[in-house]
Design a protein around this ligand. Structure first.
Ligand SMILES: NC(=O)c1ccc[n+]([C@@H]2O[C@H](COP(=O)([O-])OP(=O)(O)OC[C@H]3O[C@@H](n4cnc5c(N)ncnc54)[C@H](O)[C@@H]3O)[C@@H](O)[C@H]2O)c1
Length: 353
């Protein structure tokens, strides 16, 4: 890894820091060809750094301009990575009707120079969020689920459902069946059409929440978060030995399921306590065993026997976005991607090539 000075000189050779920023659209971000494997590794590294207190990341604050919508401000600094910036991320579930081809989750990052605070890049982070979110679930599954699991369930077949199903075999290679369930049947059909050619396990369109809950050893969920959750999975359908992973807070299961977990992890304890004050957990958070990154980093043990009911609730952290943004920014500079935009001069002025 380059020293701080070497790195900043490398950037300065490619970008006039303080005079311009690099704009990267979603396509530019994808054109950097950062791989899913790299995003997975960076995500795990960021989760561990957070739990080892090797980052600065205040809990996200938010605006809620429509019922069940959110806009979150997510700043983070990872000193060891020389990475610093803020994500502004939104989820408006009703956008599904307005913009059927666009995800209801939309995110942008302002990526900053950690030494001067100058903006270096404004980049779309919607695709980064799409991939790093299942990457978090995969980190949880890797350390908390039975690696021999043969069945995986997915509640919600939207952007996140598809992304989870595409990636899950990377950490659960022995899967034979993947059960998917969504209230909107065409979403299940679409997931199967897109994901089946990409995975080895057979994807099954489940008939009900109950079927997924009773038949799957590991279950992930990604349905809209409601301020007044209306749990759809009954306690009696969930057994010891299962691993439940969620990126949608406590949207799916009856509260007693969380309360009887043998191990309950959160990506950021501070973050979820703030969400609790916003009303996300009307029945309160259960007893917390550890942060998911503390388990990934070996500070706390993960699964110790096959009979534990383990739940991992990860709402997403800025450290994950910012560590990936740095890699994307570096790759974009290296391959001359994106557009350089002047910070102070007229945008009609060409600042540099
Ligand atoms: N933790 C994180 O870092 C993170 C990141 C991105 C998104 N999310 C969350 O993930 C969730 C899904 O996001 P998305 O981008 O995939 O949205 P999406 O709209 O693409 O998909 C949501 C799917 O859930 C289905 N659904 C709605 N209600 C349901 C129910 N009661 N039971 C089963 N299915 C239901 C919808 O039909 C839709 O197919 C949202 O809550 C979002 O806030 C979390």
């Amino acid at each position: 890894m380059m020293t701080n000075n070497e790195y900043r000189n490398w950037v300065k050779e490619r970008l006039n820091i303080g005079e311009e920023l690099l704009y990267l659209s979603m396509q530019d971000v994808k054109d950097t060809q950062i791989s899913v494997e790299e995003i997975l590794n960076l995500t795990e590294k960021a989760m561990i750094a957070y739990s080892e207190r090797k980052s600065e990341m205040p809990a996200k604050i938010g605006l809620h301009s429509q019922p069940d919508s959110l806009m979150h401000a997510m700043p983070a600094y990872l000193p060891d990575e020389l990475a610093c910036g803020i994500k502004w991320g939104s989820n408006f579930p009703t956008n599904r009707e307005r913009y059927p081809d666009i995800t209801p989750t939309n995110c942008q990052i302002i990526y900053n120079d950690h030494e001067t605070g100058m903006p270096l890049s404004f980049l779309d982070a919607t695709w980064i969020t799409e991939v790093r979110t299942p990457a978090v679930s995969l980190v949880a599954a890797k350390h908390l689920a039975n690696p021999e699991a043969k069945t995986f369930g997915m509640f919600g077949c939207g952007i996140q459902g598809k992304a989870h199903v595409k990636m899950i075999e990377r950490v659960l290679p022995k899967l034979e069946k993947i059960y998917v369930y969504d209230v909107f049947e065409p979403a299940m059909d679409k997931l199967i059409e897109i994901c089946q050619p990409l995975v080895n396990a057979t994807i099954v369109k489940a008939a009900s929440y109950e079927q997924v809950a009773k038949q799957c050893e590991v279950i992930a969920s990604a349905i809209p978060i409601h301020h007044n959750p209306n749990p759809v999975v009954k306690d009696e359908w969930i057994s010891k030995g299962q691993t439940l992973i969620m990126c949608d807070c406590h949207s799916v299961y009856e509260d007693s399921v969380y309360k009887r977990a043998d191990i309950y992890t959160l990506d950021s304890i501070e973050q979820h306590k703030v969400l609790e004050t916003y009303g996300y957990y009307p029945w309160g958070l259960p007893e917390i065993y550890a942060e998911t990154g503390a388990v990934a980093g070996g500070l706390k043990q993960g699964r110790t026997n096959k009979d534990q009911l383990i739940i991992s609730n990860n709402v997403g952290m800025a450290v994950e976005d910012i560590i990936v943004a740095k890699s994307v920014f570096d790759r974009a500079l290296e391959h001359n991607l994106g557009i350089k935009i002047p910070l102070w001069k007229s945008t009609k002025t060409k600042v540099s090539n």
